[in-house]
Design a protein around this ligand. Sequence first.
Ligand code: RIB
Length: 294
Amino acid sequence: MTLVNVGSINIDRVYVVDHIPAPGETIAAAELEEGLGGKGANQSIAAVRAGGRVRHVGAVGPDGGWAAGRLAEEGVDIGHVVTLDRPTGHAVIALDRGGENAIIIHAGANGAVPAGAVREGMRGCGAGDRLILQNEINANEIAAGEARRRGMEIIYSAAPFVAEDAAQMLPLVDVVVVNEIEAAQLAAHLGLAIEELPVRAVLVTKGAKGAVWIGQGRRIEVPAWPAPRVVDTTGAGDCFTGWLAGALDRGCALEEALTEASAAAALKVSRKGAAAGIPTREEVETFMRDARQG
Ligand code: RIB
């Protein structure tokens, strides 16, 4: 099976601060770190570490060759990552001592992924293959249309969240991933209960409380795993979604894939960095075994 990720690639500039600045406030950062991020890239790394066969479709600028290279080092197929004549997308991240963040993103090349690259990136795919999407890229509708035509399953993480945009995507996808607040906002926007959203399944992530899968006639409560410590929550949702898609791609049953994804996200928050903080499969398995043994 193949997992195609039409996804953003960012350079994350992380400023470690004592607190997130208030409007009008100027503060000094204690540290500055630069690394790979972007919801799409984070998801691809989680998916490949979960055992998926991942093909990333996206764009970087001339300054982003190293970022695509990081994906390749992980075993992600970057044959459909194009280089455009505009800067690589980037994120300015204020990270406080409690692991919370505030993020500004600039789309850069993520906003100009060519339709041809998207269609070409799904060449050879069909039923049994999956597409994963999020909201940091320009090509969601083209990608979803192509995947639908090919009979692929489409997993859509509605982040960054805008209720109107997410509502428009629902008829085009199979699974929508939202957090608790977003789920309530999306349901309110459509005047429906979460269980009634017009999509095959809704996955609601609940941070330290785990997650719940609602759909296809099933309601699966996903257990929460205790994070060893909370250092950096950046990319925890991407880790969850990417891991889920990757585990499903390797043939894992839904319930087990959800359980693993939740454990991976719990480990992620204990480490710094969006992509850099994503655990390996061995680390996730050890963490789950140790936690189960109490
Ligand atoms: O979800 C975390 C990601 O959001 C970061 O890596 C940053 O690039 C922003 O896109």
